[in-house]
Design a binder for this molecule. Structure first.
Ligand code: SF4
Length: 399
């Protein structure tokens, strides 16, 4: 496979030696990573990232038939994670905590749908014990034995270890015995101590986040990794963050996918402080974060776009900028809709397939470990892939 562009033709001359390294499959240095973040030559950057992606994934674009569950939005860090719009204090308007029966009832929508994965994340509730989560996972497994359970961020795991006065490893083992198979990548934000002091003062440190994931990998629990961009971080902070992820991946090989997450400024203190209400990240930044992630994280196979966050439109374009995974059907998305996301909450299966095809790519429905479970969609030939709710499918918007 040869590079789709002559390095000498990159409009930004600083990208030319990097393009040579990408063609030679050489690892990029942090300085080169910073250069990628600073360039305004988005087209050359995108072409390099698309090439790096094609080398790993060909023209396949993965998606999953998944359903998000958020058991509670009550969180002890509500006042200090100033970028978060999802969390509430226990007595605050809009606070909710589901009983297990309510969680099972919501999960019941998976009956008769193609759902293969539950994605479970929520707040750090001061009173919910580890047994609430192990009972939930066991209950879901009993009711839906074929559905994979991806649950709890590193932040929630560390919180449960504190509540139970036990180790991270003990919490993970208990969850794994209950039926947890993989973990999402949330809570990483940006590892820089200075950035965390500004946006998430009391959240676990970057080292602690990495320690939780390292322990999970040691136990055979594959995980995702993320970075929240578009707030107060610098290009150097971003690359230091990606370098730490790349180092851990060299050590354990446990990350499945990297997901750059766009900061949404509505309904949170940070957005007000920065005067950013109503102005989320730009398309330029969204595409750049996908492309840099693909080029810098040479040891992570997949880069995912989260369509509820950046819009399905931007997610579709990102498939030409190094992205090979478009998340999934989701069903209910609360975390970003609380922060002003105006996208639909549910992407119907056929719509996802059409959306990938219309970008000139080959859709592959995957399981949670990226094994292909379906590649033939002939019966969905009618799916237009025009982005928007499919005819007759009710779309639920956040209040
Ligand atoms: S980001 Fe997570 S830990 Fe922080 S307040 Fe929101 S839900 Fe809680």
């Amino acid at each position: 496979m040869s590079l789709p562009l002559d390095p000498a033709r990159c409009r930004d001359p600083l990208l030319r030696p990097i393009a040579e390294k990408v063609a030679a499959e050489e690892r990029l240095t942090p300085e080169e990573g910073e250069c990628l973040y600073r360039t305004d030559d988005l087209i050359s950057l995108g072409q390099l990232a698309a090439y790096a992606n094609e080398r790993k994934n060909g023209d396949r674009v993965f998606f999953s038939a998944n359903q998000h569950l958020n058991p509670t939005n009550v969180c002890v860090l509500r006042k200090t994670c100033v970028f978060c719009s999802f969390a509430r204090l226990q007595k605050e308007d809009g606070a909710y905590t589901r009983t297990l029966e309510e969680v099972f009832e919501e999960a019941g929508q998976a009956e008769g749908s193609p759902t293969r994965e539950f994605h479970i994340v929520g707040g750090l509730h001061p009173k919910l014990r580890l047994s609430y989560y192990t009972d939930m996972i066991r209950g879901l497994r009993d009711r839906f034995p074929d559905i994979h359970i991806k649950a709890l961020t590193a932040v929630e795991i560390a919180h449960l270890a504190r509540v139970e006065r036990t180790s991270i490893r003990n919490v993970l083992v208990a969850l794994q015995e209950a039926g947890l198979s993989t973990m999402p990548g949330g809570g990483a934000e940006v590892f820089s101590t200075a950035v965390r002091a500004t946006i998430a003062e009391r959240k676990l440190t970057g080292e602690e986040w990495l320690r939780v994931h390292r322990t999970a990998h040691e136990l055979g629990i594959r995980t995702n990794c993320t970075m929240l961009y578009g707030h107060v971080e610098t290009a150097r902070d971003r690359i230091a963050h990606l370098s730490a992820l790349r180092d851990l991946q060299d050590e354990t090989g446990g990350f499945l996918t990297y997901i750059p997450l766009a900061y949404h400024p509505d309904h949170n203190e940070l957005g007000e402080e920065l005067g950013r209400i109503g102005s989320s990240t730009t398309g330029f930044e969204d595409l750049k974060n996908i492309a840099v992630g693909r080029l810098f994280l040479d040891n992570i196979d997949h880069v995912k776009t989260h369509w509820p966050m950046v819009t399905p439109f931007m997610s579709q374009v990102s498939l030409s900028f190094g992205c090979d995974d478009v998340e999934g059907t989701v069903v209910y998305e609360r975390v970003y809709h609380e922060a002003g996301a105006t996208t639909q909450m549910h992407m119907p299966y056929a719509e996802l397939v059409g959306f990938i095809r219309r970008a000139g790519k080959r859709p592959v429905e995957r399981d949670s470990l990226y094994q292909a479970v379906r590649e033939d969609f002939e019966d969905l030939n009618h799916a237009s892939g025009d982005i928007g709710p499919a005819a007759g499918v009710p779309v639920v918007h956040a209040a």
